[in-house]
Design a protein around this ligand. Structure first.
Ligand SMILES: Nc1ncnc2c1ncn2[C@@H]1O[C@H](COP(=O)(O)OP(=O)(O)OP(=O)(O)O)[C@@H](O)[C@H]1O
Length: 262
């Protein structure tokens, strides 16, 4: 199967401090990957590096089989940043923010067409905000603003979708709505990389869990143990002393990876 994301020996340093080291990560077409790990383990930095928002210090990155430097198909890539971005002081309406997700697909110098408007309406529907389309984004709650950002990315109909902790601070019914959305996208063939502390209603959708620890990938494999990760996280059962697995594909002792939890 073709790889949609391929990072070899990736590293990122910020202000001279190594944040990510020796990252090898391949995501294949249609996969749904959960990127997990403790606070500060490097999940967000990895997602930013994979989308080119943060430069790699070393390593080679390909997207859809094209080396990053020659990749221009950005309308195929959707990105929902960590919460706190939609209301930027600009009094944009919900509809406008979602419509902005369509701009990279629009034909040069053409107004939004019928297909664009349909995609925007569909995206608003999917996140349950169609009835608030005309309101200012800043009048919405944090969780609703997060859904506006998700709808913006959905409107672009990306083939590859990065979401950075979309469920943080979102109540369970809304997490369920989001899980349904991602199931639909995944069913349409999208490749999804989801940063999450806890999978909650997303758990049944995940094909693979990648667990970060101290800027490295500490586990890459079956998601079966990922609920264990979340549970260990909540219960504070992270004091067991296990050795870090040498191989990425070993399933046991995932809870041990939370030792570095802060
Ligand atoms: N812009 C920045 N400047 C300096 N240090 C940074 C910057 N961004 C991230 N870091 C550092 O890089 C490390 C990894 O941060 P990152 O946000 O990638 O972790 P994370 O796993 O996403 O954490 P969280 O779960 O809290 O979002 C942290 O130690 C953080 O302090």
């Amino acid at each position: 199967m073709s790889s949609v994301v391929e990072l070899e020996n990736g590293a990122v340093s910020i202000a001279g401090r190594p944040i990510l080291r020796h990252i090898d990560l391949t995501v294949r077409s249609g996969e749904f990957v959960a990127l997990m790990g403790a606070n500060g383990s490097g999940k967000s930095t990895l997602v930013r590096a994979l989308t080119g928002l943060w430069p790699l210090t070393t390593g080679s990155l390909s997207l859809f089989g094209t080396p990053f430097g020659s990749f221009h198909d950005w309308q195929r890539v959707g990105f929902v940043p960590q919460r706190g971005g939609a209301a930027s002081g600009v009094p944009a309406s919900v509809w406008e923010v979602v419509a902005s997700g369509r701009l990279t697909r629009r034909k040069l110098l053409r107004p939004l067409g019928r297909a664009d408007r349909a995609a925007i309406a569909d995206a608003l529907d999917v996140v349950g905000l169609a009835h608030r389309a005309r309101e200012s984004v800043s009048s919405l709650s944090g969780g609703q603003q997060q859904r506006v950002l998700i709808a913006r990315a959905l409107a672009g109909e990306p083939d590859l979708f990065f979401l950075d902790e979309p469920t943080a601070g979102v109540d369970l019914p809304n997490q369920q709505v989001l899980a349904d959305t991602l199931r639909t996208m995944s069913g349409r063939g999208a490749t999804i990389v989801l940063v999450a502390h806890e999978l909650g209603p997303m758990a049944p959708l995940i094909d693979r869990a990648v667990v970060m620890r101290d800027g490295r990938i500490a586990y890459d494999g079956s998601p079966l143990a990922s609920e264990q990760v979340a549970t260990a996280h909540l219960d504070g059962h992270h004091h067991h002393h296990h050795h870090e697995p040498d191989h990425h594909d070993h399933a046991p002792h995932v809870s041990s990876l939370l030792e570095g939890d802060r």
